[in-house]
Design a protein around this ligand. Structure first.
Ligand SMILES: [Fe+2]
Length: 207
């Protein structure tokens, strides 16, 4: 499984957006590895690695000019859009990408319930989109430490927790449960900054 090849198939002609996607995805991957190693969760390292690289592939279909996305869909749909892209790519190439499609569609916030989707009139399928497997939980959580806008610096644990508060108590309770499952708390140290050369090397491999 070569996630760079899949990303390249969709991001050819979009080098700046691809750089941003890769930088964020590599940050999420490193954080996921850090949490995985600390917690000793029985995750497949390959699945976590490819899942982290692919989790936001759907942003290219969404409208978020601040992060160079000029697609049609609302940004909240980037997870389900990514899942659709991976399922279609997998069907065309005879690859089973379902594990990664699920990682995409279940990583928004601390996951979304059918009730969240109905009550907030979100443009998403009316079903639970919650992280269930260890890999889905790990990537959903690692993703919360990084934003794709601004300086893209890692957020502190209290800042991450605060960012979930605005989505209500249920969302925060799910975040806390994810933290318990993965052994994440305020003692988790920040990562060293990702060298720009690492991003540049991935970009060369991808486009
Ligand atoms: Fe992300």
């Amino acid at each position: 499984m070569e996630p760079e090849k899949i990303i390249g198939a969709f991001y050819r002609g979009e080098p700046e957006l691809c750089r941003l996607l890769l930088k964020h995805s590599l940050q999420v991957r490193e954080k996921a590895f850090q949490i995985m190693e600390r917690s000793k969760l029985p995750c497949g390292r390959e699945t976590v690695s490819a899942g982290a690289l692919l989790h936001d592939i759907g942003i290219i279909r969404c409208h978020a000019p601040g992060i160079l996305c000029f697609g049609e869909l609302p940004y909240i749909s980037h997870g389900t859009a990514g899942a659709e892209m991976l399922r279609a790519y997998g069907a065309e190439k005879g690859m089973d990408l379902e594990v990664f499609a699920r990682i995409c569609e279940r990583h928004t916030g601390s996951g979304l319930t059918e009730e969240d989707i109905v009550k907030q009139h979100l443009p998403l399928p009316c079903r639970d989109l919650l992280p269930e497997t260890d890999e889905e939980s790990l990537i959903c959580l690692a993703d919360k430490f990084f934003s794709k806008s601004g300086k893209m610096e890692e957020k502190s644990f209290p800042a991450v927790r605060r960012s979930l508060e605005k989505f209500g108590e249920a969302s925060l309770a799910r975040f806390d449960a994810l933290c318990r499952r993965t052994g994440v708390d305020a003692s988790l140290p920040p990562l060293e900054q990702l060298p720009e050369e690492t991003v540049a090397a991935y970009l060369r491999k991808t486009l």
